[in-house]
Design a binder for this molecule. Structure first.
Ligand code: MG
Length: 272
């Protein structure tokens, strides 16, 4: 796919994520829309995967540390062909559905890790990356973490270990949208100097716009070419990106569009 096609796919995924929340009458649209372009670029360009063989042992891995943003990942897996037949209605967060509000690797194909307990993704990804080194495999591990969940101490234990083990096969995206569940990151910890912190730990750190497919591709290429250190890509993102009334409005961290709002979302994402 070229960049324009990936960007269009990102908006397709955005619509599917919002449709999931609208139909299920529950869910987290803001965090999902924030990472749509990163997810689309990973699954439709970057990652070495086999949708027909989800557990292929040499596949690249993704750990979605901010697990509640999973509707966008479910949409990507669906579009990429992991589910046969293609899923029409996800029944998001419904009892018995395999598409739960926090992703479960034991119930959903294509998920490399269960997540939702915030802060754990980097340490888990570091473990996967270290396993590749031990086993002599050349797969890459990607992690997407929120900026709010970096307040968890375990995140920095993982960061530290990845430096020590020189995990140059680990790439962490930070979805720096400035918000966490109900407050701004600045309100909670005052400083949101994430790139400086990763650099202080010895990580190869880049700062990009996380809604620019070309920039994401270039940053991944640079990360993969970096030897001897793990990589962090700090993405300046807009929570709720793509739907005007959700953008940078933390009331949409969790919420369900009304019928009228759903129609607006459809139009703005090119479905109207
Ligand atoms: Mg955030």
């Amino acid at each position: 796919m070229n960049n324009e096609q990936i960007q269009a796919m990102a908006n397709e995924l955005r619509f599917e994520a919002v449709r999931m929340v609208y139909e299920g009458k529950d869910g987290h649209p803001g965090p999902a829309l924030s990472i749509a372009d990163i997810i689309a670029t990973l699954y439709f360009d970057v990652m070495n995967i086999r949708p027909e063989e989800p557990a292929w042992e040499d596949r690249d891995r993704l750990v979605l540390s901010k697990g509640h943003s999973c509707p966008i990942l479910y949409a990507a897996l669906n579009e990429r062909g992991y589910y046969q037949p293609k899923v029409e209605h996800f029944n998001l967060r419904q009892l018995g559905s395999k598409f739960q509000g926090h992703p479960s690797m034991r119930s959903t194909e294509g998920l490399d890790m269960t997540s939702g307990s915030l802060g754990n993704g980097i340490a888990i990804g570091a473990g996967m990356a270290f396993a590749a080194k031990v086993l002599g495999k050349d797969y890459f591990t990607y992690v997407i973490t929120g900026d709010g969940e970096l307040q968890e101490g375990v995140a920095w234990e993982g960061v530290n270990m990845a430096t020590g083990r020189e995990l140059d096969n680990l790439v962490v995206f930070v979805d720096k949208n400035g918000w966490q569940s109900y407050k701004s990151v600045e309100y909670t910890v005052k400083y949101n100097n994430i790139a400086d912190r990763f650099r202080a730990f010895g990580w190869h750190t880049q700062e990009i716009c996380g809604h620019d497919v070309e920039a994401i591709k270039a940053a991944v290429a640079e990360a993969k070419a970096t030897k001897g250190a793990p990589s962090c890509i700090v993405c300046d993102d807009i929570k709720g990106k793509g739907i005007s009334y959700m953008e940078n409005n933390n009331n949409w961290h969790k919420g369900v569009p009304t019928d009228e709002q759903y129609e607006i979302a459809k139009k703005e994402l090119g479905r109207g």
